[in-house]
Design a protein around this ligand. Structure first.
Ligand SMILES: Nc1nc2c(ncn2[C@@H]2O[C@H](COP(=O)(O)OP(=O)(O)OP(=O)(O)O)[C@@H](O)[C@H]2O)c(=O)[nH]1
Ligand SMILES: [Mg+2]
Length: 257
């Protein structure tokens, strides 16, 4: 990170939300040159990527395993470890370095439940936060309201933790292979987040897929596009500046004498 700019991504979300699945699927896509608009440039943590995506490779007689990824547990209970990926954007050949932590969902749970935030100190330096949600908890009528309320609580915790400029927040909704999240629910989430002074962009994904009409890895290229997009639009290169009436006051003053 001393040598070049690294985009730090904060990844939060409950257990089973699909955090590891997103990272494993991203790695499998990029290593097979299947991530739209991006190609692989380098990674300093190939072994770690191999480790998390190994489950997805272990197929039996052509049948995918029940669980593509395993529940994340940390070797170090206090500090996150980061995965590194350098991607080349096809559009302009620019390389972008990403630092992606694969954290256990328990960390997010204890942040919401008991405000334990010491392990999330790194979020203060994050460029973008991915807030992962299992899409099924939003389509399920009974779980829906609870999920939205918890998202609000999590947003409030993040707001309290990050007192400086708040990073861009991407709401990453997984399990889109089992149905897209309805617009009105997205509206309710936006309202709930707004109560806590937070706005988020929504990216629907399906890192893995149980539906033959949805390709595994759906939405991940958009997720990377959204992650690397700059917050502000580029300044106008040569702005037009026609003289305003008032700017001629000086000349007019002389003329009046
Ligand atoms: N069909 C389908 N399965 C998914 C999707 N996303 C994740 N899964 C599966 O859901 C399970 C849980 O996903 P993980 O990525 O391990 O969840 P996690 O957020 O890392 O959970 P913890 O490590 O416990 O915090 C895995 O078996 C994934 O294969 C998806 O979009 N579609
Ligand atoms: Mg995990």
């Amino acid at each position: 990170m001393r040598r070049r700019y690294v985009t730090v991504v904060g990844i939060v979300g409950d257990p089973e939300a699909g955090k590891t699945a997103c990272l494993a699927s991203l790695y499998l896509l990029i290593s097979n040159a299947m991530l739209d608009g991006w190609s692989f440039a380098d990674s300093s943590t190939l072994m770690a990527f191999e480790e998390i995506s190994r489950g997805a490779r272990r197929w039996h007689d052509g049948h995918p395993p029940d669980e593509m990824t395993v529940h994340t547990e940390m070797a170090d209970e206090r500090r996150p470890g980061f995965l590194h990926l350098r991607l080349r954007r096809d559009a302009d050949d620019r390389c972008i370095d990403l630092a992606l932590p694969d954290l256990p969902g328990e960390w997010t749970k204890s942040l919401v439940r008991s405000s334990r935030s010491d392990r999330f100190e790194f979020l203060k330096a994050a460029d973008v936060i991915w807030l992962l949600i299992d899409g099924r908890t939003l389509t399920d009528r009974e779980k829906r309201q609870g999920t939205i309320t918890r998202l609000g609580q999590l947003a409030a915790r993040l707001r309290a933790l990050i007192t400086d400029a708040f990073p861009r927040l991407l709401l990453v909704i997984t399990h889109q292979d089992l149905g897209a999240t309805p617009e009105n629910i997205l509206g309710r989430i936006a309202d709930e987040l707004k109560k806590h002074g937070v706005t988020a962009e929504v990216v629907g994904t399906a890192p893995f897929s149980d539906d033959e009409n949805t390709k595994a890895g759906f939405g991940l290229a958009s997720l990377i596009d959204a992650t690397t997009a700059s917050r502000s639009s580029a300044p106008q290169f040569w702005p037009a500046s026609p003289p305003r009436q008032s700017s001629r006051t000086f000349l007019n003053y002389r003329r009046d004498q």
